[in-house]
Design a protein around this ligand. Structure first.
Ligand code: ATP
Ligand code: MG
Length: 404
């Protein structure tokens, strides 16, 4: 029953468009949050950032999270992360990726905010460059790095509404399917335009039925692809979680969503037709609600504690954290095994764990072959990591090497 949304299909081979595994050799941030300029030279070991509250640890992880499509781990607007007092309304994050087996390596990837005058756009727009050449969108980054994170804000992930869990799961899905983000955007554009037309109808302006049909067809096409990709991610994670036992609880996962449910026993083309029919039949109801009430934008990730069978929302704070760790580690294991480059950002995660689980997390990270960044206020929390990590001290927006 728990895995009812897993369609009966075999796991697809990994996304062949992705560039194989690479190592981050340096990171540089300019006019980003509290940083005027900082550069970290990296030796490939997991990174530990320690410093007092407000020193700038999370800001560095946020800078790293912009090396993926999307709005970063704080879901910020682009101008919001510009350092207050910066001479221009711009910021930049750059990193060097070394991948000896890839022609052209080492490569330099960078992203940031250009002044509107230079970008040629009136709206804020993020620039992405790979080895100096401008990319048309941030989706190109997903081919190089699969970035996921756990932050203190996510402590309430299981207590709050579905959107946080959906975003969390979509980010994991993006790690396997680099086109997932573009399809989510395309679905969202069609959904918002349909909602706008339906709201206009409430004010007496009649919408062109052919335009509504076209928008619903686009929602159905992208929606089914989104749901199918989520189902594949679920299947991968379920298998990886089952194959691995350790000190972190076995997370049982399922997806709860109209299309994800339908895909369990119906071919994708038929699901697309059915969803289009659902949307067409729901125009009056959606008009009154002002938005589409059914679709992949409402899907939820359900999680249970495998040993106690408790829904994650009823587990203790530490158990919930351990479940999330279990999921992101499984995800990073699959990606690393497939030769991709997972980048795992664990903000204040270890503070919640007892000494045994902390030690187990460090062992798991060391075995992972993923690039992991951890933060904490207290260096002693990382004693069990020993020389397996590279340490930096963060003080008032400055980063310094600290002995390992
Ligand atoms: N746009 C900005 N410009 C300048 N400073 C900023 C900007 N945005 C946030 N800050 C400041 O950056 C500082 C560091 O924040 P950050 O969240 O990285 O701290 P932290 O080391 O993670 O602290 P904690 O241990 O409390 O989580 C804060 O004092 C915050 O006010
Ligand atoms: Mg912080």
């Amino acid at each position: 029953m728990l895995a009812r949304s897993v369609p009966p299909q075999t796991i697809l081979p990994r996304d062949e468009s992705r560039t194989p595994s690479a190592t981050m050799r340096w990171l540089s941030v300019t006019d980003f949050r509290c940083y005027t300029q900082a550069r970290l030279n990296l030796d490939g070991r997991p990174v530990v950032l320690t410093g007092e509250n407000g020193a700038g640890k999370t800001n560095l992880l946020e800078a790293l999270s912009f090396l993926a499509p999307g709005r970063g781990l704080r879901w910020a607007r682009l101008s919001e992360v510009t350092r207050i007092g910066a001479p221009a309304q711009t910021w930049a994050v750059a990193a060097g990726l070394d991948a000896p087996h890839i022609p052209g390596a080492p490569m330099r990837i960078s992203t940031g905010l250009l002044p509107a005058s230079e970008s040629g756009h009136t709206a804020e727009r993020r620039t992405v460059r790979i080895d100096g050449s401008a990319q048309s969108s941030s989706a190109a980054l997903a081919q190089l790095l699969a970035v996921s994170w756990l932050t203190p804000d996510m402590d309430r992930l299981f207590a709050e509404g579905a959107s946080g869990r959906r975003q969390f799961f979509d980010r994991l899905t993006l790690g396997f399917d680099t086109g997932h983000g573009a399809r989510l955007n395309a679905y969202e554009r069609a959904r918002q335009e349909r909602s706008r037309l339906l709201r206009d109808e409430m004010t007496g302006r009649r919408a062109d039925p052919a335009w509504l049909d076209a928008l619903e067809a686009a929602m159905a096409e992208h929606g089914v692809a989104i749901a199918a990709s989520r189902c594949e991610t679920l299947q991968r994670l379920v298998q990886a979680l089952e194959a691995h036992s350790g000190p972190f609880p076995h997370a049982l996962l399922a997806l709860d969503g109209l299309l994800e449910d339908m895909l369990a026993d119906t071919p994708a083309v038929d699901v697309e037709d059915r969803y289009r029919a659902v949307l067409a039949a729901a125009r009056q109801r959606d008009k009154e609600a002002g938005r589409a009430l059914e679709g992949p934008h409402r899907s939820d990730l359900l999680v249970w504690h495998g040993e106690t069978r408790m829904p994650a929302g009823d587990c203790s704070t530490g158990q919930q954290k351990a479940l999330l760790i279990s999921i992101v580690l499984a995800n990073a294991r699959i990606l690393a095994h497939a030769g991709a480059t997972p980048l795992l950002l664990l903000d204040e995660v270890v503070a919640h764990l007892d000494a045994r689980r902390r030690a187990a997390l460090y062992d798991a990270i060391s075995d992972l072959g993923a690039q992991t960044w951890m933060t904490g206020t207290d260096r002693a929390l990382f004693d069990a990591m020993g020389t397996r990590a590279q340490y930096f001290t963060v003080t008032d927006g400055a980063v310094a090497d600290a002995a390992g």
